[in-house]
Design a protein around this ligand. Structure first.
Ligand code: C2E
Ligand code: MG
Ligand code: MG
Length: 697
């Protein structure tokens, strides 16, 4: 059996084989020892017997030799016939000559004996010598202490051999029987001993095959197998525990992954997919673009969300966003995707709309929905939205272009007066590009001296004398030409640029105040302040520094703020306003009536002037509502000890009507458009001269 074959055998067979082999080897060794011992004792017994017989015969034949009595000698050696093992006996004289012989009669089968015996050399020296088949014993024949001859005897070993062979056969048979018996016993006991191991093996196979770690090994014995079973149980218990821990960890990890994916791809406020999700989705849909599938994109921007957020805080703002998301989701089909792109911007990706008209109809429907009021806690909001619509492949060929086109159309909707839907046209994207040009150009505008401050006179309606001016920023772009502040100020507000520009305007206005004061006496100049500038830490300090640097009287500088700026973070706002007012600057509330002013706040704030927005003036005096609003603002400000400026007066009737309502100041094209400082100076001079003339007249 090769080692390879042995390795493949079962443990039971291996143990059986090894045991039997060891047992057989031991038995063989024992048999060998016994046989050797038997041979030795048989040999020595035979030798001793033979020597005794030889000595007796030698003694008996001594007289015959002494007296050379051949007959007696023959008689003496014939006595050897008594011993059946003696083959022959020879009596010789000391010189070796034969005296008497005994020869056992032989049958045919024993012919060898005669041959071999006759060939055996005569041994003169007494002693014995074993040959393979017989023993030769030579004994001296002594008479009166003299050797008178010698007897040589041949003893047959056959019967000794036969006896030993018989014994060996018995021993070998007994050993074989013992080996067989041992084999049977071993088999039985080994099976008993190995049974728990086999069960353990089967259990292991079952555990590893089914991954069932609930199984346990039975522990029937206290020996090493029992310890093995215990160790096995301990091990699978450990594995089970580790398995459970790993399983738990995997579940945790999976959950964390899902959570992370959710955080990364969904908006935390509304729960809608976010911009990342949108980007991933459009990549997945790329193959359908190649197959000319149609997609529509509605770019939605809420109109007055910033106001709600600034005025009522982020919590209410978030609630409003959730309500908006809810309305959008409820209206859309399941295969249309609505995402929150950020802030108050949402996008709806329409999958396979039948036509552009379909997309527009849906946009109108969403607009109508978003125009309905939202109630968040105790508040009611009417916000509305501006929606831009673009189609693929009708308008563009990629999702990136689809998004930017819908964005451009949305901007157009905003510029169109908000709360409307615009379908993308090539010119819109050009305007978006222009917006980008404005943003990048604005950074260099101050350095390149492209900015200039214009001044629009503000008249005292009672005397029609110039009371002050409003500083209005103008930008002459090298390629775009004149750019309106209404267009570039919001862009500047999106970055820190507004702070830089605002300080520059203040600088210009303060030096102008100083010049005009020297020339015409006190004339106030109102400077528009943006929300970002107003909330900039150290704003009051920077205003004071500029005023001081220009040696400008603080009370002639008026800061124009808007309602929305004041309605948010009221305690902080109040602190800034109080600080500014205590430093001697005048504060006026611009575009009054267009926002959501709270009269309660108005009472608390140190405001000096209210500016009635142009929208309430333009239809005067015909429009009764506007007339009532103008009148209400004027009487309110009178009660609160504030002055009123009516903006956008373009006709004489408007001026007279407002004067009739006791409005203190008026500003508008009727008196003058915003003018560069030198022309404004001319205007003031003329106004002064006319006043003097009228007084003279
Ligand atoms: P605003 O402060 O309400 O300024 C009045 C706007 O009404 C000016 O537009 C002025 O030219 C215009 N206006 C005055 N009288 C009439 C009139 O009779 N009819 C008509 N149709 N319009 C009249 P402008 O100069 O285009 O400024 C627009 C807005 O840009 C300003 O509104 C103000 O909010 C902002 N702005 C202008 N300059 C600055 C500035 O230096 N800083 C900041 N933060 N904002 C500025
Ligand atoms: Mg203003
Ligand atoms: Mg205004």
């Amino acid at each position: 059996m090769t080692t390879e074959q042995l390795v493949k055998k079962t443990l039971e067979k291996k143990l059986l084989l090894v045991n039997l082999l060891a047992f057989s080897l031991a038995s063989s060794f024992a048999v060998l020892l016994i046989v050797s011992y038997l041979w030795m004792t048989a040999r020595s017994d035979l030798l001793r017997n033979a020597e005794i017989v030889a000595q007796v015969i030698a003694q008996n034949s001594a007289p015959a030799l002494l007296f050379k009595d051949q007959k007696a000698a023959q008689e003496a050696v014939r006595a050897l016939a008594q011993d059946t093992n003696v083959l022959a006996g020879e009596l010789r004289y000391p010189d070796g000559s034969l005296f008497a012989v005994y020869q056992r009669p032989v049958n045919a089968g024993q012919a060898w004996q005669i041959g071999e015996v006759s060939q055996t050399p005569y041994l003169q020296t007494p002693g014995s010598h074993f040959y393979s088949r017989y023993l030769v014993v030579t004994t001296p024949v002594m008479a009166e202490e003299q050797q008178v001859g010698s007897l040589q005897m041949h003893v047959d070993l056959t019967s000794t051999y036969q006896r030993i062979a018989g014994l060996i056969a018995v021993i070998v048979l007994a050993t074989l029987a013992a080996v067989l018996l041992a084999g049977r016993l071993l088999k039985r006991y080994l099976r008993r001993i190995l049974n728990p191991i086999q069960q353990l093996v089967m259990l292991m196979q079952e555990v590893s095959g089914n991954d069932d770690y609930n199984q346990r090994a039975l522990i029937p014995t206290d020996d090493e197998i029992g310890t093995l079973g215990e160790s096995f149980n301990f091990m699978i218990e450990q594995i089970q525990r580790r398995d459970m821990a790993i399983g738990k960890e995997l579940v945790e990890r999976k959950r964390a992954e899902v959570q992370l994916d959710h955080i990364a791809h969904y908006d935390s406020v509304t729960g809608l997919p976010n911009r990342h999700f949108f980007n991933r989705r459009i990549k997945e849909l790329e193959y359908r673009v190649k197959n000319f599938a149609r997609f529509g994109l509605l770019f939605i921007d809420l109109d007055n969300f910033k106001y709600v957020n600034d005025t009522f805080g982020h919590r209410i703002g978030d609630l409003l966003l959730i309500a908006v998301a809810d309305r959008l989701q409820k209206t859309l089909r399941s295969n249309d995707l609505v995402v929150r792109l950020g802030g108050d911007e949402f996008a709806v990706l329409l999958d396979n709309p039948k036509s552009t008209d379909d997309a527009l109809r849906l946009a109108e429907k969403l607009l109508a929905l978003l125009s309905q009021s939202f109630s968040c806690e105790a508040h009611e909001f009417n916000i509305g939205a501006s929606i831009g619509v673009a189609m693929m492949p009708d308008h563009v060929g990629t999702f990136e272009d689809l998004l930017s086109s819908a964005d451009a159309a949305m901007y157009e909707a905003k510029a169109f007066g908000k709360n409307n839907v615009q379908l993308w046209k090539p010119a819109m994207s050009r305007r978006t590009a222009q917006r980008f040009t404005i943003e990048s150009g604005l950074r260099k505008a101050i350095e390149n001296a492209e900015l200039e401050v214009y001044y629009q006179p503000i008249m005292e309606l009672a005397t029609l004398r110039v009371a002050g001016m409003e500083a209005l920023l103008r930008w002459k772009h090298p390629t775009l030409g004149f750019v309106s502040p209404a267009e570039f100020i919001p862009i500047a507000e999106e970055s820190q640029l507004i702070v830089l520009i605002g300080e520059w305007v203040l600088q210009q206005a303060c030096s102008q105040i100083k010049l005009w004061e020297q020339q015409f006496g006190p004339l106030f100049v109102a400077v528009n302040v943006s929300a970002r500038q107003f909330r900039q830490p150290g704003f009051a300090d920077s205003v004071e520094r500029i005023v001081r640097e220009n040696a400008c009287p603080a009370h002639l500088l008026e800061l124009e703020l808007t309602e929305t700026m004041l309605m948010s973070q009221t305690s902080e706002t109040l602190a800034i306003l109080t600080d500014l007012s205590s430093r001697g600057f005048k504060l006026s509330l611009d575009d009054f009536g267009t926002g959501y002013s709270s009269l309660a706040y108005l009472k608390r704030f140190p405001i000096h002037k209210l500016k009635i927005d142009r929208s309430f003036v333009s239809d005067l005096p015909g429009d009764k509502d506007d007339a009532a609003i103008a009148q209400a603002i004027i009487s309110l400000s009178d009660h609160m000890d504030m002055r009123v400026v009516a903006e956008g007066i373009e006709t004489r009737e408007q001026a007279e009507f407002l004067y009739g309502l006791d409005c203190t100041y008026g500003q508008g094209f009727l008196f003058s458009k915003p003018l560069p400082a030198p022309q404004c100076q001319d205007f003031v001079e003329k106004n002064l001269r006319r006043a003097l003339r009228e007084r003279i007249i």
